[in-house]
Design a protein around this ligand. Structure first.
Ligand code: FS2
Ligand code: SF4
Length: 538
């Protein structure tokens, strides 16, 4: 196997025997094959679109789901991966029959014959010999995986983001095209960022029209003495169904990890059994899921291979899968039956309390813009010197303690803007406020990084600036998996420069590709807390 798609890749170069994430070589091979046949499917759908033919929504969904399941920490279930490869091969055969076959790649033509392990070896990341072309193809592919994850959430509402499916498929098909130069692939990576903005905007619209705009909310961190279900991941639509089915049953619901921002939505606050947030970011789930004592629903990544002590309480849905853990599917209308979890919860003791108190969040764009006068006044008076965007992901690496220390050491006249699970590195520190404005403004999940862009664009307008980079905002972003890649490409598309990315730069950036990003956009890594404070604040 060879996988270097996430920040925790072995030795900062690549996982070759097993994934640091827990992915086996066999699972990695099946994921490589799934990406390969999906590239083929995308070439076929794109060729048909170019002929003016319609693509059925089921094929759009198949591409989206196939990419989503290959994101870090989403799916470890080899049977589920094989079923997806077979389903995709079937669609590829059906679509091939509608084309004359000229110019089709081996990926689009493969019929599933031969040894799959050998095939996986031949089509994985290292099958592209030139390291710069490989780097750009993977940068695009990982951006598209992130785009697919957000597209999946849009689709859950029965909606689709204009042009996103067609672009996603055309772009993935181009990663098969040996005639494209490094310059053309670089341009494609940046265009991917444009559609990243579009898909996040569509998701923002879908979430807020369904559940209202996030508002300032105090989220309970303690527990009650009832049986309960813990829901993790990013899928608000799943959460809604779970809350509907649990209300009045005597079973409470808590959020974990990236589901915390669900509490900020008015529509979810009406459920009396929606108690609070339990624990921290994804990587602490082994201890926290054990202590929870009730059933756990994983709606998206990030799943850590479970310990036996709670594996029988773990349920997956959507793109997530783990062998031996029940998977809750949707019916044709998208309805999911969570009664097994509710019955299971009733047999379990209530959660062990991990902490008490509350957390404040809900500073998505609508809420921040409602406070715009207060914020602008604080900037004009000098009470706020700078905003520091510290969005992104959290992770296991000890080096991520940097973000806690950096947040603690920030000057008192700075405000952190955050989204994603990176927030857990500092959201429980006592960082006070500036004239009533908290010094950590949490917009929501990683996809709500879009909110931070909306806020920046609005401030640019209010202050009458020509360039978004003239705002008093610095970017010190933590990344882990491929959704962070689409967020990064989206920010680059919006013209944001001088983003610092840590705790390490992606292993999939070759020295030449990294140099292009540095020279063109000022992208850089991080230093020590002291060095970076000097760099940002002089
Ligand atoms: Fe965190 Fe994991 Fe949100 Fe990433 S829960 S690192 O997938 O998507 O951010
Ligand atoms: Fe390694 Fe990350 Fe790939 Fe897992 S997803 S195999 S940790 S690079």
């Amino acid at each position: 196997m060879f996988c270097y798609q996430c920040q925790e890749t072995a030795g900062c170069t690549g996982c070759t025997r097993a994934g640091v994430c827990g992915k086996s070589a066999r699972t990695a091979a099946l994921q490589d094959l799934l990406v390969y046949v999906t590239r083929g499917l995308c070439q076929l759908t794109t060729a048909l679109r170019n002929q003016g033919e319609a693509i059925i929504p089921e094929d759009d969904r198949l591409v989206t789901e196939n990419l989503f399941v290959t994101i870090t920490n989403a799916n470890f279930d080899d049977d589920a991966l094989q079923a997806r490869i077979r389903a995709t091969l079937e669609r590829n055969a059906a679509l091939r029959s509608r084309l004359d076959g000229a110019g089709l790649s081996a990926a689009a033509r493969w019929d599933g014959s031969g040894d799959w392990d050998d095939k996986a070896q031949a089509v994985g990341v290292l099958s592209t010999a030139d390291e710069d072309i490989r780097s750009l193809r993977e940068l695009i592919t990982y951006g598209l995986k992130g785009m697919a994850a957000y597209n999946h959430h849009v689709n859950a509402y029965g909606k689709s983001a204009s042009g996103v499916d067609a672009f996603l498929q055309a772009a993935l098909a181009k990663t098969l095209d040996d005639s494209l130069t490094a310059e053309e692939l670089t341009a494609l990576a940046l265009e991917t960022g444009k559609y990243g903005v579009d898909v996040m905007a569509a998701l923002d619209e879908a979430n807020t029209s369904a559940y209202g705009h996030p508002e300032v909310t105090r989220v309970n961190l303690g527990v009650r003495d009832n049986p309960a279900i813990l829901v993790s991941g990013h899928d608000l639509h799943d959460l809604e169904q779970l809350l509907e089915q649990t209300v009045g049953t005597g079973v409470d619901v808590y959020t974990h990890g990236e589901m915390l921002p669900a509490h900020y939505y008015p529509a979810f606050q009406k459920y009396p059994n929606f108690v609070g947030n339990y624990g921290n970011a994804w990587w602490q789930q082994k201890e926290e899921f054990e202590a929870f004592r009730g059933p756990i629903l994983l709606t998206t990544n990030c799943l850590v291979p479970p310990k036996d002590s709670y594996k029988n309480r773990l349920y997956t849905t959507g793109a997530v899968g783990f062998p031996g853990c029940p998977h809750i599917g949707a019916d044709r209308q998208g309805h999911k039956d969570f009664s097994a979890l509710i019955t299971h919860a009733r047999r379990c003791p209530s959660p062990i309390e991990l902490e008490q108190g509350t957390l404040v969040g809900g500073f998505a764009h609508n809420q921040v813009l409602a406070l715009a006068d207060q914020v602008v006044e604080a900037v004009k008076s000098g009470a706020i010197r700078k905003f520091v965007v510290m969005a992104g992901c959290d992770g296991r690496a000890k080096s991520r303690d940097y973000y806690t220390e950096f947040a603690k050491a920030l000057p008192q006249d700075t405000v952190i803007l955050t989204a994603g699970c990176a927030k857990y590195k500092y959201n429980k520190l006592e960082l006070s406020d500036i004239n009533g404005i908290p010094r950590v403004l949490d917009a929501g999940q990683c996809n709500d990084s879009y909110s931070l862009a909306v806020i920046a664009l609005k401030l640019q307008e209010i202050f009458g600036l020509d360039d978004i980079n003239d705002l008093p905002i610095v970017y010190n972003i933590a990344w882990y998996e491929q959704k962070a890649v689409i967020v990064l490409l989206a920010l680059l598309h919006l013209g944001v420069k001088n983003i610092h990315l840590g705790p390490t730069l992606p292993a999939f950036l070759s020295p030449n590709v990294a140099k292009v990003l540095t020279d063109t956009f000022g992208i850089a890594g991080i230093g020590t807390v002291e060095e970076d404070l000097n760099r940002f604040f002089g």
